[in-house]
Design a protein. Structure first.
Length: 185
């Protein structure tokens, strides 16, 4: 398994992140209880967290407010670390010990792809950007999550996923993915 899909997800989300202004940080997002600043912290911090988990390291316990910094540069650095971790010799053959249980690294890579891309959609939606992001990638992710998302991961609070929503007629792949993962589109 290669990191090609993660590279595409990172590129898509970076494109959205690069147009977010500091004036938008306090606005709401499709993620319940998160403002744009919280979502940025999750998206950027997630890249560092993915790398730490693949390396078998404890994530940095310090809460970093990436939204108060050059969050695009921080995202770039975190993405480089994440990709390097997944590309390391033997990484895809390992079983990872994660806070929520053990998971093969290849499955964790798919989770990283989905998380990175979907939260890019959330940022696009929250900031008034087009949500028609990387249609081929979105269709690939949607196909994968349709096969792997277990019902026990869904709940009304949306943690980690809400109940599937209906996508409007003619919705693009990214909107369909977001609706499947519980976002109102």
């Amino acid at each position: 398994m290669t990191t090609e899909l993660l590279e595409q997800a990172i590129s898509s989300t970076r494109g959205v992140l690069a147009t977010v202004s500091k004036q938008q940080l306090g606005e709401d997002t499709p993620c319940a209880e998160w403002k744009i600043s919280d979502l940025i912290n999750h998206v950027v911090g997630g890249q560092y967290w993915f790398a730490a988990m693949v390396h078998g390291e404890e994530p940095d316990p310090a809460e970093v407010d990436f939204s108060a910094t050059d969050f695009v540069s921080a995202f770039d650095e975190g993405a480089e670390r994440s990709l390097a971790a997944f590309r390391a010799d033997g990484a895809m053959d390992r079983l990872l010990s994660l806070p929520f249980g053990e998971m093969p690294c290849a499955a964790f890579l798919r989770l990283a792809v989905t998380d990175t891309f979907t939260h890019g959609w959330d940022l696009a939606r929250a900031t008034g950007q087009s949500t028609d992001l990387s249609p081929d990638l979105a269709a690939t992710i949607l196909e994968g999550v349709r096969e792997s998302l277990r019902p026990e991961f869904r709940n009304e609070q949306g943690n980690p996923f809400g109940p599937e929503q209906a996508a409007p007629a003619g919705a693009g792949s990214a909107d369909q993915l977001a609706a499947f993962l519980g976002r109102r589109v």
